[in-house]
Ligand binder design. Sequence first.
Ligand code: IMP
Length: 431
Amino acid sequence: MPVTVVVGCQWGDEGKGKVVDHMAKNMDWVCRYQGGANAGHTVVTGNKTYILHLVPSGILHSRPRCVIGNGVVIDPAYLLEELDTLTASGIDLEGRFHISESAHVLFPYHKWLESLGGHDVRVGTTRRGVGPAYQDKVARTGIRVYEMMDHDRLATRLEEHGKHLATAFRGAGIEPPQPIDAAVSEWLSTFTGLAHRIRPFVADTVEMLLDALDRGDKILCEGAQGTFLDVDLGTYPFVTSSTTTSSGAAFGLGLPASSLRKVVGICKAYATRVGEGPFPTELSGAAAEHLREKGGEFGATTGRPRRVGWLDLPQLRHAVRINGMTSLVFTKLDVLSGEAKIPICTRYEGAGGNRSCPPQDSQAWASLEPFYEEMPGWEEDISKVRRFADLPSTARRYVERVQDEVGCRIQTVSVGSSRKAVFSVPAATRA
Ligand code: IMP
């Protein structure tokens, strides 16, 4: 059974949570492969809204088992809060929620370090300490879950970190938020307690998933953030610290790359971004406010207003190609109702001529001018539509134009936050 990966086509917040929730009911496994509590997936089930930061949204269905993979950085306090909320809502976790023993643990000092360099402000990070936790991982100084499970190993590792922290703060000429020795013993005791609570969920998830693959189980890998926040392929340095694109699912879960054969791209009908970095089709002033309010574009993790703009086809074409997307889900189409004309960026114009895909250099991308074509809009509220054929013809044309331009099938359209507000696009309409 091929493994399916779900990836955001833009800068995150495309509505992946809802799509994963929709697909999860038919899956045996739903797995998170990267990121940390910087992600925020909103899922609406009946009259309940869940915002999940770490736990895969598949947990809201009874069938799939859920995994937080080795590629994720885990803030155990956050995780337990989320698990407690899920348990209080009657969601059964026993035997169906697993944490990789080799995932890295995010400690309070990662948040301290994030503010120390001013990097958080320059990039506009979520300030969840995710960048410094990944820095520790690649510097080979990170603490993994299996070390957190062992009190003595944890004590040794935290002491080492205490020494590094003292040097870092002294070097910066800044007082740490708390005396370091006291903080280290407090963390040891807090994380020992947290370890005790997460122990039942900790497992060798690499082995577990390889066995699942051998059995032919259906595995869904859930990406966080979006393609253009990928640390290598995104708008560097305005990116997150992990591999958000489809290949991240291989090494973030220990699955062979050859097993990732279905890649579903989630694309919002317009574009949004949180934090700094290039955004050629960004709107400003009243036009931005109008779209932001209509789309409820405020961060699920930070509450920050999201930057908003029109759909950028060169960006999408690139996302489809680098992720090897096999189909697309087009979300929040209902938000565009009431727009008389919908501008759509078909290429960029710049000193070096026209471009149909974004350059690798963020600064060069930011200097390009979007070239727009205007698509006719529609007046009707489409949030109750449940069949592609029932959309106004201009809305159908918008969807069809996007799939023709990006060369990938739009298989599903979503027109609202509820679980029911999705429908498939008939094959005849597909690219
Ligand atoms: P970090 O991931 O907190 O280090 O932040 C790095 C960049 O990624 C910032 O621009 C954040 O706003 C952005 N970012 C991180 N997580 C998300 C997300 O889930 N949705 C959208 N943007 C995100």
